[in-house]
Design a protein around this ligand. Structure first.
Ligand code: HEC
Length: 139
C-alpha cells in the first residue's frame, strides 16, 4: 500500500512537471519564427472593398472596354452573354429569390456594385485570380 502511494505521488509529480515543462517551452516555441509583414505585403492582402466603395483604387472604364475584357477573360466560363457555362450565370434574376424558380445570380443577391468589384478583383478569373488590373475590374 505504501509503495503504491509513493508510486502514485511520483506519477503525480511527473505529470505536473511535464505539464509545467510543456507550458514553459510553449512560450519560447515560436521565438525566431515569423516576422512583421512589410507595408507592401500588408497592402497586397488589404483588398477588401466595402459597400461605400471608399477603399476602391483609382480606375475607370466604359461598357465598351468592359465588353472586350469580358470577351477575352470571362466569356469562356460565363458564356458569351453572361448566360452561364462552366461558370455560373451572371445576368438577370433580380427579385426572383422568393419565387418558385429563383435565379441565383449576382443581381439577385448583391445590391452593391462595390461587392461585385470585390469578388471579381479577389477571385476572378477563376483560374487566374488576382491578375486583373484595377481598370479591368472596373470595366
Ligand atoms: C475558368 C473559369 C472562369 C473564368 C475565366 C471566370 N470565371 Fe467567374 N466564376 C467561375 C466559377 C466556377 C464561379 C463560381 C465560383 C464559386 O461559386 O465559388 C464564378 C463566379 C463568378 C462571380 C460570382 C457569381 C455569383 O453569383 O456568386 C462573378 C461576379 C464572376 N465569376 C465574374 C467573372 C468575371 C468578371 C470574369 C472575367 C474577368 C470571370 N468571372 C472569369 C468561373 C470563371
Amino acid at each position: 500500500m505504501r509503495c503504491s502511494l509513493k508510486l502514485l505521488a511520483l506519477f503525480g509529480v511527473l505529470v505536473a512537471s511535464s505539464v509545467c515543462w510543456a507550458q514553459g517551452t510553449d512560450s519560447g516555441k515560436y521565438k525566431g519564427i515569423g516576422r512583421t509583414p512589410t507595408a507592401e505585403e500588408i497592402k497586397a492582402w488589404d483588398i477588401s472593398i466595402g459597400i461605400s466603395g471608399k477603399e476602391l483604387p483609382p480606375g475607370s472604364g466604359t461598357p465598351a472596354d468592359g465588353a472586350k475584357v469580358y470577351a477575352d477573360k470571362c466569356a469562356m466560363c460565363h458564356g458569351a452573354n453572361e448566360q452561364g457555362g462552366i461558370g455560373p450565370r451572371l445576368v438577370g434574376g433580380k427579385g426572383t429569390l422568393t419565387s418558385a424558380k429563383p435565379v441565383k445570380t449576382i443581381g439577385s443577391y448583391w445590391p452593391f456594385a462595390t461587392t461585385v468589384y470585390d469578388v471579381i478583383n479577389r477571385a476572378m478569373p477563376y483560374d487566374k485570380p488576382g491578375t486583373l488590373t484595377p481598370n479591368e475590374v472596373t470595366r
